[in-house]
Ligand binder design. Sequence first.
Ligand SMILES: Cc1cc2nc3c(=O)[nH]c(=O)nc-3n(C[C@H](O)[C@H](O)[C@H](O)COP(=O)(O)OP(=O)(O)OC[C@H]3O[C@@H](n4cnc5c(N)ncnc54)[C@H](O)[C@@H]3O)c2cc1C
Ligand code: SF4
Ligand code: SF4
Ligand code: SF4
Length: 383
Amino acid sequence: MENISRINEKCFGCKSCEQNCPMHCISMRENAEGFWYPTIDEKNCVECGKCLKTCPVENTELHRNVPLTVWAWRNKNNVDIMKSASGGAADSAAKAVLQMGGVVYGAAYDEQFVVSHIEVKNNTEREKIQSSKYVQSDPSDSYSKVKQRLAEGKKVLYTGTPCQIAGLYAFLGGDKLNLYTVDLICHGVPSPKFFKKYIEYQNKQTDGQIIYFNFRSKDKRGWGTQYLLKTKTKTKTKTLSLDRYGKHFIDGDCYRESCYRCPYANTSRVGDITVGDFWGIAKSHPEFNSPMGVSSVFVNTQKGQELFEKMKPFADIEQATLKEAVVKQHNLVQPSNRPENRRNFYKEIDEPDFVSNLKVGLQLKARIKAVLPTKWIQRIKSL
Ligand SMILES: Cc1cc2nc3c(=O)[nH]c(=O)nc-3n(C[C@H](O)[C@H](O)[C@H](O)COP(=O)(O)OP(=O)(O)OC[C@H]3O[C@@H](n4cnc5c(N)ncnc54)[C@H](O)[C@@H]3O)c2cc1C
Ligand code: SF4
Ligand code: SF4
Ligand code: SF4
């Protein structure tokens, strides 16, 4: 049949097709691993081809751009930067668009720690989309809402993984007036079901109910990859590579299948602006490095340049090169490798002990790093 059924495992799960089918015969369903894919009610499909026309997998070259300029970015506001994952560049973009009277879409937790894209209308809500949620965020019906907002004449910023940004452009049929996009450097997403099981595991471990979770907390050891969780009575923090979920997120044996052949794992970018962690900053611009975090920012389009000008007052910035920003960024060069154990990773996901049976390993280097004073680590990095 001439419809989305031919996309199979290349599907990013963006939900553009579901929101576009005029016959409403596409529904997104979770597979056994917990990733959603489209299923089609074939009897009602009229083979109009709209789902294929608006699928990013079929349109991977839509809105692709080579960065015009590259910057190191450090938010000037200490409260804001501490809540952000790296230097707070995505947050500054959100602030700038809200200041222009627009709305912002980004990934947020709900009370059960399910992650989905929400609309942010003011600075109080902005905090919800700060920091990285290392799980696939549900785009839900956000593309339809964006279309509606643009029709109302509103400025819109959409932030997300490159495949989500590509899904939005495919959904809208290309770039639109008043639309700004920020994509993330992205190495892949675990399934929402895995993250749900992990939260349940942490609830048990802490003998409570998690009320706060941050994959990229800077509270204890500054900019890095430490999570912090809170229940009403306890707080817990750990380096991600020593954690049952974090270790597998970093190793990449739990990603959505599309991530291992990601067409966005290179420097041809889909967003007007790209943001990521400037991991190589300690060597390339040591004086600009900060324990609060530094983002790399790629300005990819003219619209990206306009947005960048509005964001600039919120940060200290320094021009850099693409070569410097690519350091320690495998996913600006090629997609994540698919480890051998990916095949069996989710096999036991429905077992009650799935998360507690996951192995973390000895991880000597990570264990040493976790106890060394942060200042020493910074010094070693700059050498
Ligand atoms: C799954 C994933 C993999 C990543 N891989 C890399 C990598 O390999 N290298 C790298 O340098 N950076 C990576 N990042 C990006 C990095 O973690 C930071 O998000 C980025 O540096 C922006 O930080 P910030 O301080 O500018 O943004 P903040 O102010 O902290 O804002 C965070 C932004 O990220 C968006 N976001 C958070 N979680 C998700 C999600 N699950 N799906 C979609 N959007 C989300 C929010 O909408 C928000 O706009 C990844 C992020 C995610 C979510
Ligand atoms: S071909 Fe048309 S009717 Fe069939 S699933 Fe796609 S959008 Fe729906
Ligand atoms: S990538 Fe998006 S539009 Fe294409 S099949 Fe998957 S969910 Fe549908
Ligand atoms: S690695 Fe590619 S396919 Fe996977 S979530 Fe990121 S952008 Fe999407």
